[in-house]
Design a protein around this ligand. Structure first.
Ligand code: DI6
Ligand code: FE
Length: 403
């Protein structure tokens, strides 16, 4: 491709490159884009001669970061759970609601009853909220169908989001999310008769980038998750897992044994789980929106993750039950205030480490050869992104080189 380069100047670049200083910051920087790729980034006075000849676009001293990445969402679903919110405010716990047939299973009925067009319509509203905050990549899970047909419909709708909007979508198959009412007390049969066939069908339609599961007392055992992960391995798909959210079943260590991209939630993760993740290079995806909504008190072991060099990502977990959150900036703020991440860790968590949690190597930093997915902000310092609540300082977004 011989596209004319596009040169951006009069900006500060928070490149997030790891070999650079805090935030990988470059003051008075220039960024050159060519087609959908970043060709060059560095101090403006070091611009190569051929790029100096191109009339630049002046960004007025603004801050440029990589486009943000929401690496854990359940964006596609029918209905909402405001009634359950009210029940929990009257004292019911998330687990009690789930065991009483509410919770995830009530979203399953609403999702089964929704057409693809209805699912797309409501998911686009939520995707637009993310995109408006500079998000350029969104992960979307299935898991509210729990039958072959509806799991496929959810994944097709997820893929369609990237046709309807300038955003990249990565899909995760989450058939092992909950046990549907027709398989009550027959979780093993559900795995064999529905989950695994739905995974194979979704994969053969090219709808699956990774395989996820919910390993928990109210969901699936480590043994059941293993059976799904074995099939993922046969299909050549990477895995990730909702692990140690409400209790410790050793899910993160199990995921690490399968070389998982990420283990997500992990409030109840122990030292052995942290070590297993460190050895496998599994990313810790922290989801403060769910922690906040469920009024969880056990915080994830952030210091142990740091000490053992486990990369930390942050995401919204956007879902109608435990995290009705569609602001990645607010997730960053919550990551700092509730989990004591630094603002730099929060930004790394929604860029470079979020990319890793999705197995993506071409996004998440500003560097030559990366995709030209950028966010331009009206801020003076990158810490401002995590600092405010309910304020959106996005100036503009560049997706695949296009503003
Ligand atoms: N953990 C979560 O936080 C979401 N799924 C999961 O496995 C919650 C999904 C929901 O409550 O609808
Ligand atoms: Fe989730």
């Amino acid at each position: 491709m011989n596209a004319t380069p596009h040169v951006l100047t009069n900006l500060t670049a928070a490149t997030l490159r790891q070999d650079a200083g805090p935030y990988g910051l470059i003051e008075d920087a220039a960024i050159a884009l060519e087609g959908d790729t970043i060709r060059w980034v560095g101090p403006r006075n070091a611009l190569p001669d051929d790029l100096r000849a191109v009339p630049p676009q002046d960004l007025g001293g603004r801050m440029v970061t990589p486009g943000l990445i929401d690496c854990h969402t359940h964006l596609v679903h029918g209905g909402n759970r405001a009634a359950e919110f009210e029940m929990r405010l009257q004292g019911a716990t998330y687990e009690q609601v789930a065991r009483a047939g509410g919770g995830i299973v009530s979203t399953v009925s609403a999702t089964r009853g929704a057409s693809a067009a209805e699912l797309l319509d409501s998911a686009l509203r939520r995707a637009d909220a993310l995109i408006a905050e500079g998000v350029t990549t969104i992960e979307v899970k299935s898991g509210y169908g729990l039958d072959v047909e509806t799991e496929l419909r959810m994944l097709r709708v997820a893929r369609d989001l990237a046709v309807q909007r300038p955003v990249r979508v990565r899909t995760s198959f989450l058939g092992a999310h909950a046990i549907p009412p027709e398989y009550k007390d027959r979780a093993d049969a559900y795995i064999d008769e529905v989950c695994i066939p739905a995974l194979r069908a979704s994969h053969s339609e090219g709808l699956v980038d990774a395989v996820d599961g919910f390993c928990e007392g109210i969901a699936f055992s480590p043994e059941q998750i293993s059976r799904v992960f074995d099939v993922a391995g046969d299909l050549g798909l990477p895995v990730k897992l909702h692990a140690e959210q409400l209790s410790n079943l050793g899910g993160a260590a199990l995921a690490a044994r399968y070389g998982a991209l990420s283990a997500d939630h992990i409030e109840y993760l122990d030292d052995a789980g942290v070590s297993a993740m460190a050895r496998a290079g599994t990313v810790a995806v922290l989801l403060p929106g769910a922690f906040y909504t469920l009024r969880e008190t056990q915080v994830p072991p952030v210091q142990a993750l740091r000490d053992q060099g486990v990369p930390i990502a942050l995401a919204t977990d956007a879902n109608p039950g435990s995290s009705p959150l569609t602001s990645l900036l607010l997730a960053m703020n919550m990551g700092c205030t509730l989990f004591r991440l630094t603002p730099e860790e929060a930004l790394r968590g929604v860029t470079l480490n979020a990319a890793r949690a999705l197995g993506l190597k071409d996004t998440g930093t500003i560097a030559a050869g990366q995709r030209a997915d950028l966010a331009v902000w009206d801020i003076a310092h990158p810490a401002e992104l995590a600092y405010r609540m309910g304020f959106n300082p996005l100036h503009s977004r560049i997706f695949g080189g296009i503003a």
